[in-house]
Design a protein around this ligand. Sequence first.
Ligand SMILES: NC(=O)c1ccc[n+]([C@@H]2O[C@H](COP(=O)([O-])OP(=O)(O)OC[C@H]3O[C@@H](n4cnc5c(N)ncnc54)[C@H](O)[C@@H]3O)[C@@H](O)[C@H]2O)c1
Length: 254
Amino acid sequence: MDHDIFGRFDGHVAVITGAASGIGAASMELFRRAGAIAVGFDLEAGPDILSVDVSDSEAVERGLAEVVDRYGRLDIVHGNAGINVPGRAHSISDADYRRVMGVCCDANFYLVRSGVRYMRERGGVFLFTASMCGIGATPRSPIYNMAKHAVVGLTRSVALDYGAQGIRAVALLSGPTHTAMVDSLWPEGELRDILVGSTSVGRLSQPEEQARAAVFAALPGSSYLTGGVINVDGGATAGWNEMASRMLQIKAPV
Ligand SMILES: NC(=O)c1ccc[n+]([C@@H]2O[C@H](COP(=O)([O-])OP(=O)(O)OC[C@H]3O[C@@H](n4cnc5c(N)ncnc54)[C@H](O)[C@@H]3O)[C@@H](O)[C@H]2O)c1
């Protein structure tokens, strides 16, 4: 059997943001297992994780420079860090607005701006963990919805502007995934049941299922895959209007 249909990572260096938890931690593990050198960015340093606040453009620039200093190249950037502060627009402070946009949106622009410099010779891949909220909206998450839509726009721009240099970009439209984010925002209860019920597979995804899509998109053999999105949502967006209308029936806390 041919185990090499998609090519292999061979000395490729991958930077994964939000690497300490959830989808980012799974991505670190799977990129490593697939043969890449994986370096994480997160708020706190840890084994193979640099302390980089990705909403700080200078920190992102310094972090990527350190990776290239250490390993000599940069091939893959998985912009994955994300946070959400739920609430309808009128209840959201400037500070929360800036925090969510900083992590979910600005950070990915900074990664591209600094990262493409290191990819000009050999090409490279940008992956972004967007969300189903990159193509539709979840009730009471206006900043998150905005930021994730913007990430899809950034994906398309990178594909257009750097395709000739062999740089690809793909956004993952992730569905509800069992991570700290979901546990804190939607603990067991009615909203969580609606999230699960919005999928046709009838369950949350595991972080590894998201990370596998990231690895697939980054592999050298996925060479014609750029400028688009991959739905990794257990069928949720196939019937998403139903989810929004059911969520709206639940009394909003704000
Ligand atoms: N869990 C889901 O259901 C779901 C669904 C769709 C999309 N997503 C997206 O997946 C991505 C990963 O989320 P997750 O569910 O694994 O969440 P998570 O909370 O488990 O992990 C997020 C990580 O990002 C890090 N982080 C936060 N702010 C940061 C900053 N300023 N700089 C560096 N790191 C920072 C956190 O420390 C944490 O380790 C996010 O972009 C999220 O929007 C998640």
